[in-house]
Write a protein of this length. Structure first.
Length: 291
């Protein structure tokens, strides 16, 4: 038997307060680089899509050109480094020059353009890892003589990857536009894009519904391309996310040719249905962003 030993029981308590805990996104953003504007650029507009093949680059090219047609100093950055489309779609193939250590954008239709396609050629593939891609993207942002611009349109790569996250962390983006077709698989990816931009604090200006119908050039009768199911999914996306529909652009076979010849539809046929949709959308963005 053990004698002369006393035992004491201590209860350690700690009150854990959740009320003063910063939001999850605030904790995630600690240590991230400070957003730095592009010198001489007043507004940055992202044109994005959750899925490839929905016409995002066509929208970006025509919106940038529409801004120029409406009297704004516009630029177009091709942020899709693995599949640059801007050189061909804007009919720009000259050699990029430098001035005072900065790349000089190539200009057509009144729009200053920069793309990795200008630097590596039409046929050379970009076989880079993520870090090299981000460094190249930052060079296209910071080491280009953009100024002065009222608005810079950024043609984003499809999806929700490194490029989207990096740009949202590096730049004070005025807003983003989501491009989608009214197809279930495209709408599902568009929803992911909306959620991603909202998580990183980028305002969603609206959604552009592309290639939803065909309008006969002779009788002007419209034929719906997709079934009613996907159409309802698209409307549900707008309602659930409380996002406005900026434009409903029909399929026009000539627009495909425009992309190959490098003539945006707002230049080739400014009175067409598609061109008017782009011009009206550009005017809406000008008013919302006070460009």
């Amino acid at each position: 038997m053990i004698r002369n030993v006393s035992a004491h029981l201590y209860i350690l308590t700690h009150t854990r307060s959740y009320s003063n805990s910063p939001p999850v996104m605030q904790r995630m953003q600690r240590g991230l680089p400070t957003k730095k504007p592009i010198q001489g650029v007043a507004n940055i507009l992202l044109v994005a899509s959750g899925k490839g093949g929905v016409g995002k680059s066509t929208v970006a090219v025509n919106l940038a050109t529409a801004f120029s047609r409406l009297g704004r100093r516009a630029g177009l950055l091709d942020a899709d480094l693995f599949g640059p489309s801007v050189p061909r779609m804007m009919n720009l193939h000259a050699q990029v020059e430098t001035r005072n250590g900065l790349l000089v954008p190539l200009t057509n239709y009144g729009v200053k353009c920069m793309s990795m396609g200008f630097l590596i050629g039409d046929t050379a593939p970009v076989v880079w890892r993520g870090l090299m891609v981000m460094k190249a993207l930052e060079q296209l942002i910071r080491q280009v003589h953009w100024a002065p611009l009222d608005i810079l349109v950024v043609d984003m790569p499809p999806g929700t990857g490194d490029t989207q996250l990096s740009l949202s962390q590096l730049l004070p983006v005025a807003g983003a536009i989501i491009v989608s077709t009214p197809q279930d698989v495209a709408v599902a990816d568009a929803r992911k894009g909306v959620e991603m931009f909202r998580k990183v604090g980028i305002p969603i200006i609206g959604i552009i519904k592309n290639k939803s119908r065909f309008e006969c050039p002779k009788c002007r009768e419209c034929t719906t391309i997709y079934s009613t199911g996907p159409a309802r999914s698209f409307e549900q996306l707008l309602t659930e996310q409380q996002i406005s529909l900026l434009a409903d652009i029909p399929i026009d076979p000539a627009i495909s040719t425009d992309g190959d010849t490098g003539t945006p539809v707002v230049v080739r046929d400014p009175t067409s249905v598609a061109a008017q949709e782009y011009l009206c959308t550009a005017q809406t963005i000008i008013e919302r962003l006070n460009v």
